[in-house]
Write a protein that binds this ligand. Structure first.
Ligand code: PHE
Length: 341
């Protein structure tokens, strides 16, 4: 019997050390220690031996079982280590391989310019206000001192949505809304889309973008407007840029001005871009008309202010000098990629 058990142990031990995967090792475990394994069967038959032999035979078989269990545990740790190593090798990432390029989007040049303007004004302490694009006639016109029958109303080529409701023709209604909503002092800018009945060409679009500015405080004058816009123009276009004010007319400002910047191409000498004048128009502005303050419920004896409205497309054009406004809306990547954000 001893020899048979020795052989069984030798065979089982070599089967254990030959197993190289945990699945194979599990098969070996079932074969050597499972319910129908020879060792298990022999242990079960101990009771049938003569009583004198039972003790020695039982101890011998048990010792073998304990050793085989220990061998299985050791082997299973080793096999687990092998398998882990194989998996790490198989799943290894070669960090020296060139990566697959991930196409990344960028900000549209108009968004870049709008954000740059917002940053400049937020740096000056302004907050950003917004208003609806479908606007009441009251805010788009009446509250801005443009009553019924006023010629300026016809001039703006309004797109009407229904009686008393239009697509806003400028961001100025947000001025009126802001004043109704809050007490002075006011320092706001209002960026947004505006609509006019225009046929698209190189310099016109029926939908474009403006940034409105409104300041109302004690003792505000045209000089504050000029100083503010001088600073903004230099932040936008560089320190060398000059500005000038030309008198103009808007129903909601008095006096009204148009602001020009010195030409980016010729620096003021006169060229094709500035049509020989050395200056390019940048925006409309003025001192808030006392009527507008009164309609909003502000006392014009106490408060005064300035306002301005600039086209974002125009500013983008002044910064980058592209030939046709329509390029901004066609989403041709060959154009847009020239303005990486
Ligand atoms: N709303 C005017 C326009 O669209 C611009 C403007 C704004 C003028 C504020 C004066 C003050 O042309």
């Amino acid at each position: 019997m001893s020899t048979a058990i020795d052989e069984l142990e030798t065979g089982a031990t070599s089967a254990i050390s030959a197993a190289t995967t945990s699945a194979a090792l599990e098969d070996v475990r079932v074969a050597v220690l499972g319910r129908s394994a020879p060792l298990t069967l022999q242990l079960r038959e101990i009771g049938q031996l003569p009583p004198a032999e039972r003790g020695a035979a039982g101890k011998r078989l048990n010792d073998v079982r304990v050793r085989l269990e220990a061998a299985l545990t050791t082997r299973s740790e080793h096999v687990a280590g092998l398998e882990l190593e194989q998996r790490l090798m198989a799943e290894r990432v070669d960090v020296t391989l060139p990566g697959a390029p991930v196409p990344s989007g960028g900000l549209h040049v108009l968004t870049q310019v709008r954000r740059q303007l917002e940053d400049i004004f937020v740096g000056l302490g302004y907050t950003v206000a917004e208003g609806p694009e479908i606007e009441l006639e009251h805010y788009n016109f009446t509250a801005l001192n443009i009553p019924d029958g006023h010629p300026a109303k016809g001039e703006t080529d309004t797109l009407w949505v229904g009686p008393g409701v239009c697509l806003r023709t400028h961001t100025s209604p947000v001025q009126a809304r802001t004043m109704v909503a809050q007490e002075p002092p006011v320092y706001v800018i209002c960026p947004g889309r505006v609509y006019r009945r225009d046929t698209p060409d190189a310099t016109h679009s029926p939908i474009f973008h403006q940034i409105e500015g409104l300041v109302v405080d004690r003792g505000i004058t045209l000089a504050d407007l000029k100083g503010t816009l001088q600073y903004v123009a230099r932040r936008l276009f560089g320190d060398g840029r000059e500005i000038r004010l030309r008198t103009s007319y808007f129903p909601f400002t008095e006096p009204s001005v148009e602001l020009d910047v010195s030409c980016f191409l010729c620096g003021g000498a006169g060229c094709g871009v500035c049509k020989g004048s050395g200056w390019i128009e940048m925006l409309g502005a003025g001192v808030v008309d006392p009527n507008v303050l009164t309609i909003a419920g502000y006392d014009p004896e106490v408060w005064s202010g300035f306002a301005f409205g600039m086209g974002i497309e125009r500013i983008a054009f002044l910064k980058h000098g592209f030939p046709d406004l329509r390029l901004l809306y066609e989403n041709d990547l060959r154009f847009l990629e020239q303005f990486p954000a």
